[in-house]
Structures are given as structure tokens and as C-alpha cells.
Design a protein around this ligand. Sequence first.
Ligand SMILES: [Ca+2]
Length: 321
Amino acid sequence: MNLRTIRAGVLTSCLLVLGAPVWLAGADAGSGNSRKPAKAAETRVVKPEPLEKPDPTVVPGGSVSGPGLTFLGKNERGFEEYRNDKDGQVLVLIPGGVFEIGKKEAEDTARKATREKLAPYLIGKYEVSWKQYNRFWKETKRAAPGTPWWEPAEDHPVVNVSWNDAVAYLDWAGLRLPTMAEWEYAARGPEHHLFPWGSKLDLEKEGYRFNGLSGEEEEPDGYIRTAPVDSFPKGQSYFGCHHFLGNVWELSADYFPEWAGDEDEVSQSGAIVPRHEIRRPRSIMGGSWNLPADDLYIMECWGLSPVIMEVDVGFRAALTP
Ligand SMILES: [Ca+2]
């Protein structure tokens, strides 16, 4: 988006003897039918079935349980990960606590520093992908999002979805949008980093840790527009999530806190949306592939009408365990 676009027969005759099932042929379950009783019970030993091999992706012992959630284990940073079975979304468990949100270590933030108490929550390890969203709109017969001109692969983040579309997807998947505070804490970690990995950015020395815009003809980060949701592992956050910075702006559950715009807005299609038809904007976070890489930092926050779609705005899931 540009800055003008504000934006789931019991075998009654089976006994277990010494661990092997023993069948008592002719034993009656006492149903009162006309069946004759057997002269003597005959026994037949059946070899036990070999044990099934456990699914390596299913690890017992997560601290959160709930219908439709499968514990996957701990990630390399030591935080628990779960799969939301409905849509396959990987969620990271963020421990709760009291944090200062909106702390200004950089200029030009739309947020004021506030102390927030957060209960433990789950947040998407990745942005929601085209593959996941495509399954949703096909199953629910909702309108398909417009395909951007660069025809992104299915593992790229979905774009061209409004806040209302994102909420509909998440309702379908049994999930929700993160609040601004949840998003920010998951992105910056307990030390309030300016970037998901820390507070220093040296593109030349460190290489690219996120997908932004260089302005050069060939993007040195390897992606002219969006990148796969699981790419840029060096840019993971403290909790092990990808792409909080760049790739696509991410919709939040909250209203945009400071709304200073008073002009009519221009949507991506170029249509003028009259001011009085713009409903109260929601916050979008973290910047995108469409903003200069050397300007991007995690406090990037802007407002977007819940009915507007943009080619660089997507979303990430959250869940209260
Ligand atoms: Ca992002």
C-alpha cells in the first residue's frame, strides 16, 4: 500500500491373558436370543498386533491442550509450537507477563508507550499463505482475492484481502487476529528490539534478514515482491516467528490509535473511496516488501479501512489457549 491508501460391537467375548487376546468361541453376551450355549469353551490364541509406530510430528507434553491443536514440540529457541489442525497453521506459545508496548526507540511511531499485561497466547509462526487462504474461500464459497500481477506461489503470504476477509478466514479456522500488543511483544521480544532479531541492522555486513524494497533493479534480498512465508530464517524473532518485519503488512484486531487523515482515500484499483464511507481504520503492522529496506523497523504501524485490500497487506493468526 502506499501512504495515500491509509489505511474432531465391542468384542464382548475377547479376554486378555498374559497380554495376548484370547477368544472364547461361542460365549454369549447374554442377549436372550435363541442361540444354543456351546458345550465347552474353546480357546484360540491370537498373536498380538505389532505396535504402531508413533507419528514423529505428534509429541505429547505441551502445556496447552484444546480441540484441534496438536503439540509439535519446542522450536530451536525453546518455545512450544502447535499445529492448528483446521488450516495447518503453526502457532508459537508466547508466555504472558507485563510489558511496555509502544516504547519509542525510534522516531515516527504512531503509538504511545503503555504498560500491558498479557496472558499467555499463541501467535502464527508465519503469515497466512495463499495455500491456506485458497482452501478457505473454495470451501466457504467466499469471493477469491484478486491475484497480484506477479502471480505469487502458494507458499507466499496471501494479499488482497480486507480486514473483514481476514476475520472471516480466522473464524473458519477457529483462530483470531492478534491485538497490537500481542503482535508487538511477539515481534520485539522482552528486550523491546527494534527488529525481530535485535536492535541493529547492517544490511551489507549481515545480509538480508527480511524482505523489503531496495530500489535496485535486482533485489539483493532475492525477492522483488513477496517471499515464501518460511523464508529469511536469520530474521526470526526472539520467539522464532518469521517475517514480523517486511514481506507483508499484517492486520491487527485493534483500531488504529491515531487517525489524522482527513482526505478521501485512493484504493489500489484507483477508485476514490469517499471519506464518509471509510469505516474506522484498523492497525496494520511491520511494513512490507513495498517499503524501503533501510527505513523499515518493527514499530511501523499504519491504519487501513476494514474494507480495503492491498497488494502488500496480509495477516497472521493468534489464539487464546
Ligand atoms: Ca510481515
